[in-house]
Design a protein around this ligand. Structure first.
Ligand code: MN
Length: 397
């Protein structure tokens, strides 16, 4: 128990302790750990300059043993009442700081690991063929995204412009996307990288991956549908990807581990996942404050350990600050879909909001908020915080 007066159902108790980067009023950005609705100044609390910088990368590079050591120290500082006089002045209320992008993103990869999502999109994008491509159950499909446009939660999303061509139109036109969408995803942050030529096995996941955040992979479906053949996502995705400010360390997720769904067929040996890195993360998606979906991460076909093994199996190296995202998390039910293209079934059945409004895709001014919780110890839950973003009009509109 912390000496802080936390509500019993706090999602940010000592079982969680996620890391972020915050900027106090009049101060420089620095690393912090969230406890309740406060953030602890780590550089001051631990007298370690690795935390006195505007990103977590230096700490991420230090590796698993150091991550565990720091977590244990922070826990001690927040639970042993003897530390209270020194530590209490180093806690900042969250409403008095600005939260920043928590790490400098090295490479960014996005997967496509939900069987429900891939099946739904296959039905819509390729109605005349089997919904899953022949490779889907043999490897976690992904693409390399654009790390330079990964942005902090709260960053406004300017509606992208580009080429659009509906199937019934003879030629493409240029203009603002008419089918701007979200993808509710989970992101994995690489702490220690790997050497070029040396793959990371499935069993190396916890050694290399520091923690987990929430991701909104904003997607312009009309741009995407016209451009994606044959090389995959490009401008329909690269304009912005938002991430949550808190990185939940893997160690905080031990109680969230679950077996992934049954694999059929058995994947090749390098993808054998004996460690069961399925995760019971329960996402919620809100549009302008209204709950529209509860995507269950436990339904993902491929685990994050398999994704990292696949991402490096060709010898590609991983780097500190690499971010790889799961792909849209969608359950089997309509109210578990993690994108509006699924919720509105390609724009055919609008989502009805409690205030009487309806949506197929996002309108200017819409705000999307994705949150998640996961089981912690003793039947409690831990929280991921939120990733938010508001859509602003396209340039020239
Ligand atoms: Mn995506």
């Amino acid at each position: 128990m912390s000496w802080l007066d936390l509500p019993e159902d706090s999602l940010f108790g000592v079982a969680n302790l996620p890391y972020g980067v915050f900027e106090p009023e009049g101060g420089t950005p620095r690393a912090g750990v969230r406890i309740g609705d406060l953030v602890l100044d780590l550089a001051a609390a631990l007298a370690d300059p690795v935390f006195d910088r505007p990103d977590l990368n230096g700490f991420l590079a230090q590796g698993r043993a150091r991550w565990s050591e720091v977590r244990a120290s922070v826990r001690d500082l927040l639970t042993d009442p003897g530390h209270r006089p020194r530590i209490e002045p180093l806690l900042y209320p969250l409403d008095q700081v600005r939260l920043r992008l928590p790490f400098e993103v090295a490479d960014y990869v996005d997967f496509y690991a939900s069987e429900n999502h891939a099946t739904n999109l296959g039905r819509m994008f390729r109605p005349d063929s089997a919904p899953l491509t022949p490779n889907w159950k043999h490897l976690p499909i992904g693409y390399h995204g654009r790390s330079g446009t990964v942005v902090a939660s709260g960053t406004e999303i300017v509606r992208p412009r580009g080429q659009r061509k509906a199937p019934d139109e003879a030629a493409p036109t240029f203009g603002a996307s008419r089918r701007l969408d979200i993808e509710a995803e989970v992101g994995f942050v690489v702490g220690t990288g790997s050497a070029l030529g040396t793959p990371i096995p499935v069993g190396g996941f916890a050694e290399h991956v520091f923690g987990v955040c929430l991701v909104n992979d904003w997607s312009a479906r009309d741009l995407q549908a016209w451009e994606y053949v044959p090389l995959g996502p490009f401008l329909g995705k690269s304009f912005a990807t938002s991430v949550s400010p808190w990185i939940v360390p893997l160690e905080a997720l031990q109680h969230a581990r679950v077996a992934p769904p049954e694999r059929d067929p058995e994947p090749l040996p390098y993808l054998a996942d004996d460690e069961k890195w399925g995760l019971d993360l329960r996402l919620e998606v809100r549009l302008n404050g209204h709950l529209v979906s509860r995507p269950p991460f436990s339904s993902m076909y491929w685990t994050p350990a398999q994704m990292l093994a696949h991402l490096t199996v060709n010898g590609a190296s991983a780097r500190t600050g690499d971010l790889y995202a799961s792909g849209t998390v969608s359950g089997t039910e309509r109210d578990e879909y993690g994108s509006f293209i699924e919720l509105s079934w390609g724009g055919k059945t609008p989502v009805e909001l409690p205030d009487g409004e309806t949506r197929t895709f996002l309108e200017d001014g819409d705000e999307v908020r994705i949150t998640a919780i996961a089981p912690g110890p003793d039947g409690d839950f831990i929280g991921f915080g939120e990733v938010t973003g508001r859509v602003t009009p396209a340039l020239g509109d």
